[in-house]
Design a protein around this ligand. Structure first.
Ligand code: GDP
Ligand code: GDP
Length: 450
């Protein structure tokens, strides 16, 4: 599956970043919108233009306005853009011209080597557009005078953006065959859950931590790891270290990092802290992993602090079961990076989840299942229309995906769909992987027209 390029919008407050974001994302807002347990915000969106899909991030939403000077928080956003983005949209306000903050951001962007498109916003009419030429002085190439609010010249910006993204994609080296066979495992989760500690412990080699000078960045690191006769690649999404004084919303950033890593992951390990109740961000990341069709384990780390027999652990398990109930298929694996507890069992858990994710049932087996299910429980008729399930097959794996032929799919109620999914899991397990059920219309002679 293709990796969607990420486009980050940076700029001072009030220049029109969120207006531009909304215009580019349009009505298809929200990558995570239908996932139960996942709240949506206006930080991430899906855009497409000229057949190219991309993920849009409004970095303005990453900075809580408290406890940072304005200039610092704008620069912090720009650094996120530089680290995470395939292209950066730098938004300026033609009515205000260039400010000192704009110059600082421009300097960072010039150094980064990432493609930057300069959006001179609020050029609502020809007169205002004239002011945009001032921005050439920033040394970032072409200036796109546009109006996010009125949509003026936004199409031209998108033309250039997609051209830049396509050129970048064409330059990307294909992965070598070696890494094809290895199982890719991403450790995702909130800051301080212990992702880096786990990777370090597993590969038994302290990777050098970058110093935490502001602006120090590090890409997610791929660590080869061999265990139980299998080659893995561990992807640590903790990556960046920053001084606390920079007011970036690290929790939201964790979601962005997870999103990127999940695109090319086989098994996602959501790392939870045994001492903390799962948060909205945890639920969000779990939802993203499920939606991306990744296998998943819930690694509950820091078990050295919460003994497995304790009341605390009982409560924690309960909290996980409730808060993350929409991924109840994901096994809970208690571990401790510090003491090494549970890590011996991890390769087997990864292999099992991967095996289920990769599993394929024969059509004969699936149809026998369907016969049994239908004879035990006829799908409820909806508004007087009878629902008939004719046959089913597993059309793909990674994750397992089933297609059911139905006389009228619209009439199949949510409860019946869930019933089928639950019965599939009862019959075949699929522990550690999401499964997908698709219902296709099929008419048979003698069926009445809907
Ligand atoms: P952000 O803080 O950078 O996300 O800025 P917003 O998107 O919230 O916009 C700040 C203000 O500028 C709002 O009042 C918008 O309505 C206004 N604005 C945004 N784009 C345009 C534009 O193209 N023309 C004009 N005249 N106003 C705009
Ligand atoms: P990351 O942000 O998810 O990569 O988290 P880190 O690996 O940087 O760990 C965050 C903090 O938790 C550090 O102070 C670690 O020493 C601590 N930590 C990590 N794993 C464990 C563990 O198993 N037990 C305990 N007690 N502390 C841990």
């Amino acid at each position: 599956m293709g990796v969607k390029p990420v486009v980050c919008i940076v700029g001072r407050p009030n220049v029109g970043k969120s207006t531009l974001f909304n215009r580019l994302v349009g009505s298809r807002l929200a990558i995570v919108q239908d996932e139960p347990g996942v709240t949506r915000d206006r930080l991430y969106g899906a855009g497409d233009w000229d057949g190219l899909e991309f993920v849009l991030v409004d970095t303005g939403g990453l900075t809580p306005s408290i406890d940072a000077t304005l200039a610092r928080s704008i620069l912090a956003q720009a650094r996120v853009g530089i680290e995470e983005a395939d292209a950066i949209l730098f938004v300026l306000d033609v009515r205000e011209g260039i400010t000192g903050e704009d110059r600082d951001v421009a300097a960072l962007l010039r150094q980064s080597g990432k493609p930057v498109l300069l959006a001179a916003n609020k050029a609502d009419g020809p007169a205002a557009a004239l002011g945009a030429s001032e921005f050439y002085e920033l040394g970032l190439g072409e200036v796109h005078a546009l109006s996010a609010q009125h949509g003026r010249n936004v199409g031209e910006l998108l033309d250039d953006l997609t051209a830049v993204l396509r050129a970048r994609a064409a330059g990307v080296e294909p992965e070598d065959d070696q890494s094809e066979e290895a199982i890719r495992v991403a450790l995702v989760g909130r800051p301080n859950a212990g992702k880096s500690s786990l990777v370090n412990q597993l590969v038994k080699e302290e990777r050098m931590l970058v110093d935490d000078a502001p602006g120090t960045t590090r890409d997610p690191v791929d660590s080869p790891w061999e265990a139980a006769g299998q080659r893995f690649v561990l992807v640590d999404t903790a990556g960046m270290r920053r001084k606390r004084s920079i007011a970036l919303d690290m929790e939201k950033l964790a979601v962005l990092k997870a999103m990127r890593a999940l695109e090319r992951t086989d098994v996602a390990c959501l790392v939870l802290d045994a001492g903390e109740t799962p948060s909205d961000q945890d639920a969000r990341i779990a939802g993203l992993a499920a939606q991306n069709g990744r296998a998943m384990l819930l690694l509950v780390n820091k078990m050295d602090l919460v003994p497995e027999g304790s009341q605390r652990w009982k409560e924690q398990r309960q909290a996980i079961a409730e808060r993350l109930r929409f991924v109840s298929w994901a096994p809970v694996v208690p571990v401790s990076a510090r003491s090494g507890y549970g890590l011996g069992a991890l390769p087997k858990a990864l292999l099992e989840a991967h095996g289920q994710w990769d599993r394929r049932l024969s059509t004969a087996v699936v149809n026998r299942f369907l016969e049994d299910v239908v004879s035990a429980h006829h799908p409820a008729a909806h508004q007087g229309r009878e629902v008939k399930l004719y046959y089913a097959s597993q059309v793909s794996s990674r994750p397992p995906t089933f297609v059911f032929s139905v006389n009228n799919p619209e009439a199949l109620q949510e409860s019946s769909r869930r019933y089928l999914a639950n019965r599939l899991r009862e019959a075949f397990g699929f522990e550690g992987t999401p499964i997908r059920l698709v219902f296709r219309r099929r008419r048979r002679r003698g069926d009445s027209e809907p």
